[in-house]
Design a protein around this ligand. Structure first.
Ligand code: FMN
Length: 305
């Protein structure tokens, strides 16, 4: 049993633990999001990324399991912003903040989508996804610091909720994009989305995924994600949600020591189920006690000293 208080405040949100459900994992159903928000160890839940218009995503196969993670090429299937509001109506008895993830193909579309989803009373914060590696248009936005800055400042003008920006590891400019987002008024950063990846069918001589490229997630991603969080923390002074390849409580600790104030869990849920939040919260609590710390806050960025 966990005895230590793991609560954290991040970008104006109060979380019972620093553990967040990552975008795209069980996040399309309002009821399911609400159920996960009540599970022990959960600090916040993030929705699947929502666009202005409905999107079907790609035909199967869309996921490849690897010994060290998975490659997905879902293609951002979602019902579109207006229809998603009805899904959020179903998210009754939320017991953790809900972060609505969204995307657009242009700054105008990003702003319009933010305007629609931010008005739902169950949305505590927004997360702008400029980093999905298998949807062109969305993907390239995240490589351009000036476009990300423009989108952030325009969105911040029309919403009164915290805004996170989810960053792409597929550019050497990740710190520049992070800095541009922060200077334009973003309240937090999520690092990272998946790494652009490929798998080939050796019998059929062609790429396996129908969308050709996918995003690599899971344990293989962790050292890359950790490096990104570490680099961003050095240069940018807004809270970071670490994300990528977390599978046990020491992974969570590593992200926090690198500079993350909270940590998002994705692929591990496919392997271990929602109970992993409780397991990781207990492990984090034991670690803090064993090392003589009283709160998560005390170890944020400690590896930089
Ligand atoms: C099946 C699947 C769907 C995803 N969909 C989204 C999405 O809609 N929006 C987004 O920002 N990230 C999405 N992601 C990326 C995750 O939120 C996360 O950034 C990434 O998987 C790395 O974390 P992990 O290694 O813990 O899975 C998706 C990941 C997976 C595996």
């Amino acid at each position: 049993m966990r005895s230590l208080d793991l609560s954290v405040d991040i970008a104006g949100l109060s979380l019972k633990t620093p553990l967040i459900l990552a975008s795209g994992i069980l996040g399309l159903s309002g009821r399911l999001l609400a159920k996960i928000s009540r599970a022990e160890g959960v600090g916040a839940v993030t929705t699947k990324s929502i666009g202005l218009k409905p999107r079907d995503g790609y035909p199967n196969p869309t996921i490849i399991l690897l010994p060290y993670g998975l490659i997905n090429s879902m293609g951002l299937p979602n019902p579109g912003a207006e229809a998603f509001l009805k899904e959020l109506d179903e998210a009754e008895d939320l017991s953790s903040p809900l972060i609505a993830s969204f995307y657009g193909y242009s700054v105008d579309e990003i702003v319009e989508t933010a305007r629609i989803i931010a008005k739902h009373p169950r949305v505590s914060a927004l997360e702008l996804n400029v980093s999905c590696p298998h949807v062109s248009g969305v993907y390239e936005l995240g490589f351009k610091p000036e476009l990300v800055a423009e989108a952030v400042s325009k969105v911040k003008k029309i919403i009164d909720k915290p805004l996170f920006v989810k960053l792409s590891p597929n550019t050497h400019l990740i710190v520049d994009v992070a800095r541009a987002a922060a200077e334009a008024g973003a309240d937090g950063l999520t690092a990272i989305n998946t790494v652009k990846a490929l798998a080939i069918d050796t019998e059929l001589f062609r790429p396996i995924l129908s969308g050709v490229y996918g995003g690599l997630s899971g344990p293989a991603l962790k050292p890359i994600a950790l490096r990104c969080v570490y680099e961003i923390y050095k240069e940018v002074d807004i809270p970071i949600v670490g994300c990528g390849g977390v599978s046990n409580s020491l992974d969570v600790v590593e992200f926090i020591l690198a500079g993350a104030s909270a940590v998002a869990l994705g692929s591990v849920i496919a392997f271990k189920g929602v109970g992993v939040f409780r397991e990781l919260a207990e492990g984090l609590s034991s670690y803090l006690e064993r090392k003589g710390f009283r709160s998560v806050r005390e170890i944020v960025g400690l590896s930089h000293r």
